[in-house]
Design a protein around this ligand. Structure first.
Ligand SMILES: [Zn+2]
Length: 352
């Protein structure tokens, strides 16, 4: 819990994930034989690094954020998205601007309800009308704080526990995945499991801008099997269509997906593991893209049998992403038990 709290509270914006990766590697390193990082900061812990057969368990380390794009004469700061950050939730949020002199506190200013004109014509927040106020009253004062074009901006909201075993946090998408794969490594170590293959525990960067970190590291590792974890939408809260999103609920257990990128035989193995260990599953259908690092691994190199294990989450890409503790535990267990089932001889051929 100490690690989870620290890891979630630490800013890890897309392209600037290093401080989070350091926290993660520090926690992971006693459970693995070796670690390495790649040029853009993807971090990997390895068990049995000399084994020719390679299995990956993967999550992504980056969180959505904003870039400083333009500082006006009055010292107000305009932004550009860094990942799919949500303009609708931005007004009145507190942020940190990560400038050259360290983090600077600022707020998303927004006109008062009294001053916004008639209700019908109310201005909606958009990327090009949202602005930050850091207390500076001209451009020079902004720059004197170390803030520059290209400085990255994250929300201040942190980790919280709320009733009935729910956690609330910023960017559980997908740092909860980083937590879960590290816990799988911890279980393997504590239970003295000897795996018949090399296990690569991968915390990839730059997922939120197009699955890029996974793309790079898949080529470097050349795995034989990849188990990807990410978050998926709880579709039982208001204003979400189950007709388009399918049905999935926090507390209902890990979600598995059918999709062309998801390897059918590997998926069947995971489903059987869940049945055997009495882990409730939720099923989803995805198509052209899973929208996750699964695609990057599946279509890497000569093709890599991949499977996606998702954890249901409410309010994705807001500062109050919500998870159920039981889903975290069950997703860890499902990954762990799946790893115990796999061997280099596991038959994943579609033809025999
Ligand atoms: Zn995301």
């Amino acid at each position: 819990m100490t690690f989870l709290r620290e890891y979630i509270n630490n800013p890890s914006p897309v392209g600037f994930e290093t401080s989070g990766q350091k926290i993660w590697l520090q926690y992971l390193k006693s459970f693995v034989d070796t670690t390495f990082t790649d040029p853009y900061g993807t971090a990997v812990g390895v068990i049995n690094p000399d084994a020719p057969f390679k299995v990956v368990i993967e999550a992504h380390a980056d969180e959505i954020s904003w870039f400083v794009n333009y500082i006006n004469a009055e010292g107000l700061i305009y932004l550009r998205r860094n990942g799919g950050v949500d303009h609708q939730i931005a007004p009145s949020q507190r942020v940190l601007i990560h400038g050259r002199k360290g983090a600077v506190k600022a707020v998303f200013g927004w006109p008062a309800i009294h001053t916004r004109g008639s209700k019908e014509k109310e201005t909606q927040p958009k990327a090009d009308n949202l602005f930050l106020d850091c207390g500076a009253r001209n451009k020079k004062e902004v720059e004197d704080l170390g803030i520059h074009v290209g400085a990255v901006v994250t929300y201040q909201d942190g980790f919280e526990e709320i009733a009935y075993d729910h956690f609330v946090g910023r960017a559980f998408d997908n740092r909860i995945g980083g937590f879960m794969i590290a816990e799988v490594a911890r279980l393997l170590k504590e239970n003295k499991v000897k795996l018949p293959y090399g296990l690569y525990i991968v915390n990839a960067v730059q997922e939120e801008i197009g699955l890029r970190g996974a793309e790079m590291i898949a080529r470097r590792i050349k795995p034989d099997i990849a188990i990807i974890t990410d978050v998926t939408h709880d579709s039982t809260t208001p204003m979400i269509s189950k007709i388009s999103e399918g049905e999935c609920i926090c507390g209902g257990g890990p979600a598995l997906a059918y999709a062309p990128a998801v390897h059918n035989k590997l998926l069947d193995i995971v489903i059987k593991v869940a049945e055997k260990n009495k882990i409730d599953l939720q099923m989803r259908a995805l198509s052209r893209s899973t929208g996750t690092d699964t695609d990057s691994f599946a279509y890497s190199n000569d093709g890599c049998p991949s499977v996606l294990i998702s954890i249901p989450l409410r309010y994705m890409h807001t500062t109050v992403e919500m998870l159920h503790k039981k889903d975290i535990e069950k997703t860890i267990e499902l990954m762990y038990q799946t790893l115990l089932t796999l061997t280099p001889k596991t038959n994943l051929s579609y033809f025999n």
